[in-house]
Design a binder for this molecule. Sequence first.
Ligand SMILES: [Zn+2]
Length: 278
Amino acid sequence: MDSIKTYLVKDNIRVYIADTTETAKTACEIHSTSKVSGILLAKTVTATAILSKLLKNKNDVLTLKIKGSNQIKSVVGIGNVKGDIKAYISNTDADEYLGLNYKNIIGPGTITIVRDFKLKEPYVGVSPIVSGELDQDLSFYYRSSEQQKTKMKLECVYENGLISSKGIFVQLLPDYTEEEKEIYDHLDLADFKDVKDPMTHYFNDLSIKSMENYDIRFQCDCSYAKIYKALITLGKEEIKNIYEKDHKIELLCEFCKKKYSFNEEELKEMVDSFEDSN
Ligand SMILES: [Zn+2]
């Protein structure tokens, strides 16, 4: 089972270590990704899982959106504090002619993080794509948009399919001491890929408090009712058109690819419901 292990180093250095290989693998398999698309999707899954753990309440939802203008126009990860993650990529078949540098593949674009607390207006933060790596851009986002000192490293191994997807997230909590800042400033996560035991490797001689472990899984929350609602938004004329010409429609959930079919009778009901409300 995939998990995120959380720690507190000294009193104010928060560390999350994620292994989301199975969740990311499920996402790559559902979307039949090429290597380039697969790596970006897997990193989005891992990042979404980590960032969702920063949510406080069980109904909060985090959406990580990467918007691009080149080979890949959109990647979306959605997660909650329970560890349910789903993800989508607009181009599942990006090719390698631009290499694996995600800035080249995505092109000029933005990273948006939406935190939906259900009761209030969602909190939306946007930051530009500036580096060649998603983890660096996310660290930049937290430092600039949220004024929180953050370092993050995402690592994927992909050879004829995803082999592993892992991440580490380090954040300095607001009450940090000079000593803790010093430790944070000297921390270099560049070698994370080859590290077997990150806590010993990076924080060996410091006091480490092991906090909670969280399970992570690929879980889509789509339903007939939600797809029905989405279909309704097409409007009366469009649905009437489908009803008269095709007599049925099949819609695909873009996150898990589950099919939802609506037959003639159901389409008729929809058209009638518009007439009733007039
Ligand atoms: Zn779904």
